[in-house]
Write a protein that binds this ligand. Structure first.
Ligand code: ATP
Ligand code: MG
Length: 405
């Protein structure tokens, strides 16, 4: 039987809604796909009307093409990816390509053909194509039935410009927008369950993520740093993770613990973390901070305490999980692949110098009074200078030279 070139068609949804910016979004997705598929047998990726088409090298088997589609499905901006063939604008070619696509797709009992043409210069309209391709497949697979609703298999035939794309295998993508289309955020990454999920939520909306992790070092072992590195590698697979700053925070915490009333310690730690994160954000050109907080989950996540912590910085602080329950967050972490890592116990600054009863309704005036006289600015500069940098592979990120505050 005649061989055709295999393709993966990448369908997007929201990019399609962007007016005059559309080509910028499409090109961003195209570049991200190129980078992720560097190790796959890809010839080229083109924009075709309302889709990206990944052309796969001749002689590649169906299994490898499906693996390629699996990778594409996980890249933000992909709403759906289909694995099939490209052929000439010729009915005979279309028939055989459809037969091939059906043979690839595995067992089925019922099917339907869904044809479309993006231009009326192709003389056969979509209804006629449905009928003609359907009739051919009925002849080739006489034991199979055509069914219009709830069919096992949908054979899609799309006439786009000079070519025809035919596929019967489609899978749902992660959706969202291509990483790099929404700027950069600084995400506070603990080694816990929540913050990686929060970072991922924002990344799926197109943001590049620069992480900052506060380690208890030198007052604790660096275990949490290894876990954060593992988490960053999981996020790296989606192309959103640019770099992580690791800040040894233990000594500062010890000083705060000795200088502020026990009930306000946690708020003061967190305000200092936010300030350091903001300084790093400015150096990175990032325009927001992100945390994994969820309303009421722990003492520091009450509205009063969130207000008091936010007051330490002027950048917006995004909390994508604010309305999520812990069980929902755990499910998302499992899907993302960070849950196992986050479930490991590691002392970090969160477990260090904790008061017995932290304030749950801090008043900003009290917090500011407790901080008066502390060398906050100096601590921020020292912590920023002490931050250690780890880089990850993020095609949408252009590294800036870190400017020390
Ligand atoms: P997580 O599961 O993300 O650790 P949590 O439920 O333990 O969250 P907190 O410890 O109050 O809650 O932390 C709230 C948020 O503050 C975290 O989601 C994270 O964004 C940030 N954060 C906490 N600890 C650290 C840390 N050591 N380094 C960087 N960010 C941190
Ligand atoms: Mg935590």
């Amino acid at each position: 039987m005649r061989e055709f070139q295999r393709v993966c068609l990448v369908h997007y949804h929201e990019i399609g809604l962007k007016g005059h910016n559309r080509s910028t979004f499409e090109m961003r997705l195209l570049r991200n796909l190129e980078a992720h598929l560097a190790d796959f047998p890809i010839v080229t990726i083109h924009r075709i009307s309302g889709r990206l088409c990944v052309f796969i090298r001749e002689g590649t088997d169906y299994e490898t093409a499906c693996q390629t589609a699996d990778v594409i499905a996980r890249i933000p901006g992909t709403a759906r990816v289909s694995c099939g063939y490209v052929c000439d604008r010729d009915l005979e070619e279309m028939y055989v390509a459809a037969e091939r696509a059906v043979l690839d797709a595995g067992p089925f009992e019922t099917f339907k053909v869904k044809a479309r043409r993006n231009h009326t210069d192709f003389p056969v309209d979509s209804m006629q194509m449905n009928r003609m391709v359907g009739a051919y497949l009925c002849e080739k697979f006489p034991e199979k039935k055509v069914q219009m609703k709830g069919q096992d298999l949908t054979v899609c035939v799309e006439v786009v410009q000079g070519s025809v794309y035919v596929y019967a295998h489609s899978l749902r993508g992660i959706g969202g927008l291509p990483v790099g289309s929404a700027g950069t955020v600084v995400s506070l990454l603990s080694s816990g369950i929540d913050s990686p999920v929060a970072a991922w939520r924002i990344a799926r909306r197109g943001a590049v993520v620069v992480g900052v992790h506060f380690s208890g070092r030198p007052q604790t072992a660096p275990t949490s740093e290894y876990l954060v590195d593992d988490i960053a590698h999981v996020l790296e697979r989606t192309g959103c993770m640019a770099r992580v700053y690791v800040v040894p925070f233990g000594d500062c915490q010890r000083q705060i613990a000795g200088l502020v009333p026990p009930a306000l310690r946690v708020i003061c730690y967190r305000r200092l973390m936010f300030r350091v994160a903001e300084a790093l954000a400015r150096a990175e050109g990032a325009k927001a901070l992100v945390t994994g907080e969820s309303l009421g989950q722990v003492a520091s996540q009450t509205l009063d305490n969130i207000l008091a912590t936010n007051a330490a910085v002027s950048l917006p602080v995004f909390r994508p999980l604010i309305g999520s329950d812990k069980l929902e967050i755990i499910e998302r972490a499992q899907e993302l692949g960070t849950y196992e890592i986050s479930s490991q116990d590691a002392p970090d600054c969160c477990t260090l110098f904790m008061p017995r009863s932290p304030e749950t309704h801090a008043k900003l005036a009290d917090v500011e009074a407790a901080e008066a006289g502390l060398p906050i600015e100096q601590w921020v500069s020292e912590l920023v200078a002490a931050a250690e940098l780890h880089d990850y592979r993020c095609p949408a990120y252009k590294p800036r030279k870190p400017q020390r505050a």
